[in-house]
Design a protein around this ligand. Sequence first.
Ligand code: ZN
Length: 187
Amino acid sequence: MALSSLLQKLLFVNQYNVKNGRIEILGTPFIMLDASDILVLQEIDKTKMYNSVKKSSRSNMKKIVQHAQVYKNIKGQSLMNIANLSKKIAKSDEGMIKTLQDFFDVYGLGKLEIIDLNNQEKSAMIRIEKSTLASEQLKIKKTGKCVCTLTAALLAGIFSYIFDKDVDCVEKTCLAKGDEACDFEVS
Ligand SMILES: [Zn+2]
């Protein structure tokens, strides 16, 4: 099984565990669910889900950076980029952006691409070409609205951490609507 490079690093420092029926990443329990169930669950209370996921993703980012800062000294360079995520990322920071993509990969929501990143204005444009949620929605039926609310919530939390400011994320275009890709605006 191929693991994302971030999970490999976490595995290496014993911070990614699948044991006794539990999956833990950095001490936080994770549960795997079918993407089609997520589509249903997020409809129950979108605002509540958005706020809750945003909060936990921001705190997960904080936790992962803190752990990496501890381990980078013991384990050499491999965790340096994660540790550096606490610094502001510029669009030219290839290593940091790659690390952020690796972090996002863990969630299985699709490949994150940073279209624009403005640290001064604390805004970003993110694209996901083949969103897992949108692709799953298309299998059921094409819809008139954006369906990647969970993804937007996760991005809001991640960028609130990176910008060190409470920002929100709105999905502007969605594959599930027939758009070319899912585009998210963070501001
Ligand atoms: Zn979408």
